[in-house]
Design a protein around this ligand. Structure first.
Ligand code: UDP
Length: 382
C-alpha cells in the first residue's frame, strides 16, 4: 500500500516517516528544490552563518513526545529566544515586562506594584470580553503602551486596523510582571544543531520514502496507485481557488552581510508605523554555539498582502469573517481520499511543535483506521 504526501515541510515529512516506519511506502512530492518549507535553513555562502531563509524559527515545547521525536534525528542545542522592541528611537526589552514598563514610563516599579500601575492605565478601557486586538491590548495595558508597542506594528504586520484583528492574536503575547525577557517559558527550548533543513532531510531518509523535489502537485495527474493523499499545501490552491483566495499575509526579506555584530539579540521588532519594515533578524544569534565575531547576516522583514505566487505566511482570520474558509472546509470534506494537514492545509497559524504533534497524530490515526477498516479523516485537528 502506498501513500502520496504533498509537501516536504515538517508536517508532510513527519507523516511520511511514521507511515514508513509502520511498513508503508510513501512518495513525497515537493515543489521547491529544498525540503523543510518555511523553516528552511542553509549556510550563507559568504559567511558560513546558518541562515533562517524565511524568518527565524525556534523550537519550544512542553510536549516530551515531540521533543523525543526531534531528538531521535538531531542533537538540540540550548537556545533561549530574546527580542527587543524599537519604539520612537529606543530599544526596549520585549515581551513587555517590569523592565520595559519602567524604562518606557521612567518609573521605578517593583514586582509588588506593577500590576496596580498597569490596572490604573487600563481601567478606562476595562472589558472582560474584548471584541478585537485593540480592545484586548487597551484593556490589558492602557493607551500609551498600546500605541507605542502594538498599534503601528499590528497595522504594518496585518495591513489592517487592529480593531479588525481578533483578540486571540494579542493573547499570543505574554506580559510579565517581573524582570523576565524570555519570550517562551516552555520546559524545552533549543535549536537543531545543523538547522531545520538537515533535520527534515534526516526525517525523510528512510527506505520506504521516495522524495521528489521540484515537482508540483496537480489534481489532474493520476493518483490511482495511492491508497490515500496527505495534502499540506494551501487549502484554496488544492481547489484551484474556485471560491476565491483565502487571505494571507506574505513576507519579503532583504538580507545583508555586514561587519561585526548589528544588534544584541536575534530579533528586534520595529513598532513605529513610519519605519517600513516590521523586524530585523540577526541570524548568528539563533546558533549561539557557533562563533562568527567578524561578520554577520541581518534580514529586514516587510509584510504585505499575499497574491499571485507569493509565499503564504500568516492566515488572516478577521473578527467574524470566516465564511470563505468554511466553504473550502465543506468542499474538502467531500474528498474521500485526501486529508488536509499542516499550517497551509488547514489555514491556521501553528507553532512547529504543534505541527509535529498533529502530524504524529495524523499518521497514527491513519494506521489505526487501516487496521480497523474505518475511513481516514479529512481533517485531524478539532
Ligand atoms: N505585535 C505587536 N508588536 C510587537 C510584536 C507583536 O503589535 O512588537 C502584535 C502583532 O499584531 C503580531 C501579534 O502581536 O501579529 C503576535 O505577535 P507574535 O510575536 O506572536 O508574532 P509572530 O512572531 O508569530 O509573528
Amino acid at each position: 500500500m502506498k501513500f502520496l504526501i504533498i509537501g516536504a515541510g515538517l508536517t508532510g515529512s513527519v507523516i511520511a516517516r511514521v507511515l514508513a516506519e509502520s511498513g508503508f511506502q510513501c512518495r513525497v512530492i515537493e515543489k521547491e528544490k529544498h525540503v523543510a518549507g518555511n523553516c528552511h535553513t542553509d549556510r550563507d555562502p559568504q559567511t558560513g552563518i546558518l541562515k533562517h531563509h524565511f524568518g527565524p524559527h525556534t523550537l519550544h515545547s512542553d510536549n516530551s513526545r515531540v521533543w523525543q521525536f526531534i531528538e531521535s534525528f538531531t542533537s538540540i542545542e540550548p537556545y533561549r529566544h530574546r527580542k527587543r522592541a524599537w519604539v520612537k528611537g529606543r530599544a526596549y526589552p520585549f515581551p513587555i515586562n517590569l523592565e520595559t514598563v519602567n524604562a518606557f514610563f521612567d518609573e521605578q516599579l517593583t514586582e509588588d506594584n506593577i500590576a496596580t500601575f498597569l490596572e490604573a492605565k487600563a481601567a478606562p478601557f476595562y472589558t472582560d470580553s474584548p471584541a478585537n486586538f485593540e480592545d484586548a491590548a487597551l484593556a490589558s495595558l492602557g493607551q500609551e503602551l498600546y500605541e507605542g508597542f502594538f498599534k503601528g506594528y499590528t497595522n504594518k504586520q496585518w495591513g489592517r486596523d487592529p480593531k479588525d484583528i481578533p483578540a486571540s492574536v494579542f493573547r499570543r503575547l505574554p506580559i510579565h510582571f517581573k524582570k523576565d525577557s524570555n519570550v517562551f517559558h516552555h520546559k524545552r527550548q533549543g535549536q537543531p544543531r545543523e538547522g531545520y533543513t538537515k533535520l527534515v532531510e534526516k526525517i525523510l531518509a528512510h527506505e520506504n520514502i521516495q522524495l521528489e523535489n521540484g515537482r508540483r502537485f496537480s489534481r489532474t495527474a493520476p493518483t490511482d496507485e495511492f491508497r490515500h493523499l496527505f495534502y499540506s499545501g494551501p487549502l484554496d490552491e488544492f481547489f484551484d481557488y474556485s471560491y476565491g483566495r483565502l487571505p494571507y499575509r506574505t513576507l519579503r526579506f532583504e538580507h545583508e552581510v555586514r561587519r561585526g555584530t548589528f544588534q544584541d539579540c536575534g530579533t528586534v521588532n520595529y513598532c513605529d508605523e513610519e519605519i517600513p519594515y516590521t523586524r530585523i533578524f540577526e541570524h548568528k544569534h539563533f546558533s549561539p554555539w557557533e562563533s562568527f565575531p567578524e561578520e554577520t547576516v541581518i534580514t529586514y522583514e516587510y509584510s504585505h498582502e499575499c497574491s499571485g505566487n507569493d509565499r503564504p505566511y500568516y492566515p488572516i482570520h478577521l473578527s467574524g469573517q470566516n465564511s470563505l474558509y468554511e466553504k473550502y472546509v465543506a468542499r474538502a470534506k467531500e474528498e474521500t481520499r485526501t486529508s488536509f494537514v499542516g499550517r497551509l492545509g488547514t489555514f491556521r497559524y501553528i507553532d512547529m511543535d504543534r505541527a509535529i504533534e498533529e502530524a504524529l497524530l495524523a499518521a497514527e490515526t491513519t494506521v489505526s483506521c487501516l487496521t480497523n477498516g474505518t475511513a481516514i479523516p479529512t481533517f485531524f485537528h478539532n
